[in-house]
Write a protein of this length. Structure first.
Length: 351
């Protein structure tokens, strides 16, 4: 394989903090200046320069999803109380009431300040600049399990029972393209280059659609349902990103073969001894991180071998997020949350 990086990256402890309960979600602002964290107790916390700012104290109702807008001006959260809350520069500017729906999925458009969030079997698109709902889209088949905008903002993918529906954002009235499955799409993600869409399925399979090609690839043989998917920003000699998929305590990495007839070839990464709760590639790299309920956060050099194991939580790891550094620009940070509220950040050791 012709990878663009060859050195093992080592990380050391940089920051340690504590939330009141299970860390449900983490996200960095696009400039990497702020890290937002949410908890099962209902907290919304901002980390910046090793200082914590509390946007919302514990409410007793879980906050399950958090995201910064593309310009990092807005921060949105959703959770058990059905409310979508939006802050602008640490000031709460809007609260969208959706009770009794549980809002556990939301995502911002990558090219403007439109926010999409789950609402039972529907999603709504809210424009932060106009402060109004743009459209309500009916998924119909089930509650929403995944929301992802393509990087160019032109397509919005929504997943659940029987696959993924993809709307053209230039014409919301146009019928969505359907990537059909006979089962539930548990996890779903566009590749960073917008060329591929992957669906991790309940029936222990992964479907990969090349946009514009009506015949998707179907990969089988996993030990359980696919819980997470992650694409690399870096590409291989074949010009395609790597796709990582996690099932139970294992990770399978898929690499597109230069021989079109071979499709995607797999390799299995085994080190964890309990369920993996999050996986993600470092920016512009093949360095893969996996966080699991066993209390290990594994770093996989070239998405091939475990090069370092990070610890520091009393129970297991619940989530992780890479700092969006580009081209190796300092600081290269990795944040993770624990099942007992730990908030940990590591930095890449200076070469």
């Amino acid at each position: 394989m012709n990878f663009t990086t060859s050195k093992t990256q080592e990380f050391t402890a940089y920051y340690s903090g504590q939330l009141a309960d299970y860390v449900t979600s983490l996200t960095w602002s696009n400039q990497g200046e702020k890290l937002a964290a949410t908890s099962a107790a209902g907290e919304v916390i901002l980390w910046e320069n090793s200082e914590l700012t509390t946007l919302q104290t514990a409410t007793g109702k879980s906050v399950d999803c958090v995201a910064f807008s593309a310009d990092s001006k807005y921060l949105a959260v959703g959770g058990q109380d059905g409310k979508v809350k939006i802050w602008r520069e640490n000031q709460l500017i809007a609260t969208l009431e959706n009770a009794p729906a549980w809002v556990d999925k939301l995502a911002w458009n990558h090219t403007n300040n439109q926010l999409t969030f789950s609402l039972g079997r529907c999603v709504q698109v809210w424009d932060a600049d106009a402060e109004e709902i743009v459209v309500t889209l009916n998924f119909e088949n089930s509650s929403i399990l995944g929301i992802d905008w393509r990087k160019d903002g032109q397509y919005l993918a929504i997943s659940g029972y029987q696959g993924v529906k993809i709307w053209n954002t230039q014409d919301w009235d146009e019928e969505p393209y359907i990537l059909a499955t006979t089962t539930v799409s548990v996890a779903m993600a566009w590749s960073p280059d917008g060329k591929y869409l992957a669906s991790g399925n309940m029936d222990r399979s992964v479907t990969v659609l090349e946009w514009g090609n009506p015949d998707p690839w179907l990969m089988r043989g996993f030990p359980g349902k696919i819980r997470q998917l992650a694409w690399s920003e870096a590409t291989t000699a074949a010009g395609a990103p790597l796709l990582a998929s996690s099932s139970v305590e294992g990770v399978v990495v898929w690499e597109k073969s230069e021989d079109e007839s071979l499709g995607w070839e797999s390799r299995i990464l085994t080190n964890h001894v309990d369920i993996i709760n999050a996986i993600a590639f470092a920016p512009q790299s093949f360095l893969l991180a996996s966080a699991a309920a066993d209390g290990w956060l594994c770093l996989w050099n070239q998405a091939t071998e475990a090069s370092q194991i990070l610890t520091g939580v009393q129970g297991g790891f619940s989530t992780l997020a890479w700092h969006p550094s580009r081209g190796g620009v300092s600081p290269a940070l990795l944040a993770a949350g624990g099942e007992q509220g730990e908030l940990l950040i590591w930095s890449k050791t200076t070469d």
